[in-house]
Design a protein around this ligand. Structure first.
Ligand SMILES: Cc1ncc(C[n+]2csc(CCOP(=O)(O)OP(=O)(O)O)c2C)c(N)n1
Ligand SMILES: [Mg+2]
Length: 377
């Protein structure tokens, strides 16, 4: 496993990745402070989202607590021209790509159909059906090849795709099929698994008899396993993999070892299936704390900066709170507006049927009068 930052923040040299980080400028002290702030901000938004779900304001929330380095690192390792294909727990990746957290919350409130413009931010909508995004990602990557923006020798314009999925999703047939297409066509795609140790209540050991990173090798897809709680290792490994893919050298698989610190979603109670000792063990490997310790060792962080990040995260949480609490309920009939770009007879029929159905619940003014008169009598 590649690790550049130990849990106590100590930096281990790594010839290959250090060269990539140096050349890319991704690991300057200023950048590192930026990643620290990013992680604190997204954790603040995440905790507030859980609160909002408990207040009945969101239908569900899938927390990314503990996965901040794996996500902020991968998001920032991508270049602007890359296309990212996320799953549903990618809040740090979304943040790094410029997707405002309120858009994520609106999705989990169930009032937004997609959340953002995938072309504008070059980030696909969240995907809940496990593994389904892997073939989309490979197809997109093959499209990039055909557009002539792969392997031209210019890394600043050549593009690649980052396909994100979980350890559990990696067992889906679609992922195996995606490996086949990606390898056969040498598609510019990086498969990125955040192995957060659990797929709801199923531990990773049940998914695979070998480390997940080894799986792709049977397809001839090179792979690397990194410490996913180490933002520097993630940045270095994902940037290296994406640059290799964009350079026309085919797909790469990156497994980031991390931990889902919260329950699977707000509908889950993790204490039913995993021991508290395991949670404590991983709490000691907290990715935010680790980067803070590293910055302290470099003498590149002070108490004011830490306090300012905490304040900003608090302000963001309050903004999200007010935004969500202040939302009007959307007209339910809007759900029929976007399944197809153009009018569709089946959707039209369903809309008409639904309108008829909800009309039954509209208040009948004459019935109201009768009730109130009865009340007076
Ligand atoms: C095809 C499919 N099967 C089952 C589910 C239900 N489901 C949602 S999340 C999940 C576990 C996924 O675990 P993993 O891929 O490790 O991602 P994580 O939730 O840990 O981020 C399951 C089984 C689903 N969404 N899609
Ligand atoms: Mg998982």
């Amino acid at each position: 496993m590649v690790q550049l930052l130990a849990a106590d923040g100590t930096r281990t040299p790594h010839a290959e990745l250090d060269a990539v980080l140096e050349e890319s400028g991704l690991a300057t002290p200023e950048r590192l402070r930026g990643y620290y702030r990013d992680m604190v901000m997204i954790r603040g938004a995440d905790l507030e989202a859980t609160n909002l779900q408990r207040q009945g304001q969101l239908g569900l929330w899938a927390s990314a607590l503990g996965q901040e380095a794996a996500q902020i690192g991968a998001g920032h390792a991508s270049r602007e021209q890359d296309y990212l294909v996320p799953t549903y727990r990618e809040h740090g990746v979304a943040w790094a790509r410029g997707i405002e957290p309120w858009r994520l919350l609106e999705l989990f409130r169930g009032i937004s159909h997609g959340g953002w413009d995938p072309n504008e931010l070059r980030t696909h909508p969240y995907m809940i059906v496990l593994g389904s995004q892997a073939p989309h990602a490979v197809g997109y990557a093959m499209g990039l090849q055909r557009d002539g923006v792969v392997g031209t020798g210019d890394l600043s314009t050549d593009a690649a795709v980052l396909a994100l999925f979980g350890d559990g999703a990696s067992s889906e047939g679609e992922v195996a099929e995606s490996f086949t297409f990606a390898a056969s066509f040498q598609a510019p795609v990086v498969f990125y698994t955040q192995n957060n140790q659990w797929a709801i209540s199923v531990p990773t050991q049940v998914q695979s008899r070998v480390p997940l990173a080894q799986r792709s090798r049977g397809w001839g897809i090179p792979s690397v396993r990194v410490d996913g709680n180490d933002v520097l290792a993630v940045l270095g490994a994902v940037r290296t993999a994406l640059d290799s893919a964009r350079d026309g050298r085919g797909p790469v698989f990156v497994e980031a070892l991390t931990y889902r610190m919260a329950a699977h979603t707000t509908s889950d109670d993790a204490s039913r299936y995993r021991p508290a000792a395991e949670e404590e063990e991983w709490a000691a490997k907290d990715p935010i704390l680790r980067l803070r310790r590293h910055l302290a060792q470099l003498d590149e962080i002070d108490e004011q900066f830490v306090a300012r990040c905490d304040e900003e995260a608090h302000d963001l949480a309050m903004q999200l709170h007010h935004h969500i609490h202040g939302m009007e309920d959307p007209d339910p009939v809007h759900m029929f507006d976007h399944p197809y770009a153009e009018p569709h007879p089946i959707v039209d029929a369903e809309r008409a049927e639904y309108l008829e159905y909800i009309a039954q619940f509209e208040d009948d003014p004459s019935a109201d009068t009768a009730t109130s008169e009865e009340g007076r009598a």
